[in-house]
Unconditional design. Structure first.
Length: 163
């Protein structure tokens, strides 16, 4: 299995939207409750994100990350990202490749650190990934996330200095 990472292009928007919505519909990782339309995703990629990259595995887009400042103004030196891998390719190291690549790109874009504001505490694969990439938990939002069944679970705030 060969995976490469490249910048997204407009031909990727439908696939990126589909994968993003797959994760939204699973209800255990993203804060979004409703899927995005292709038009909404296109707007986001072209107007809200600083950079977007896709993982391509054996010719198929298997995952994606979107990079942006975590805060505006005096906090814009800390990056933030959204990461997602489609179900058939999970558990194959693609998330790790995306995470590692994003840290390299974040440094190139001038970020001094990366921070994730809402990692769901029961998302074990995500937590394992970020621990492997040496992120630290710097905060907890008790019962900050509502699962599809209504159960409330904690959100973790993760951080890593990258310079």
């Amino acid at each position: 299995m060969k995976t490469t990472i490249r910048k997204f292009n407009n031909n990727d928007i439908q696939i990126i939207t589909n994968i993003f919505n797959e994760v939204v519909n699973e209800g255990d990782a993203f804060l979004s409750e409703k899927p995005l339309t292709t038009t909404q995703m296109e707007y986001r990629l072209q107007n809200e994100e600083m950079a977007t990259y896709v993982a391509v595995t054996n010719g198929t887009i298997s995952g994606c990350y979107m990079l942006r400042p975590n805060l505006k103004g005096r906090g814009n030196h800390v990056g933030n990202g959204t990461y997602f891998v489609t179900r058939p390719f999970r558990g194959k190291g693609i998330g790790y490749l995306l995470g590692k690549h994003s840290l390299e790109k974040a440094k190139e874009y001038g970020f001094k650190a990366m921070q994730f504001n809402s990692v769901v505490s029961i998302n074990e694969s995500s937590l394992k990934l970020w621990k492997k990439l040496v992120f630290q938990t710097i905060g907890i939002v008790p019962e900050g996330y509502r699962l599809l069944n209504g159960k409330l679970v904690d959100i973790l705030i993760l951080h890593k200095i990258i310079n």
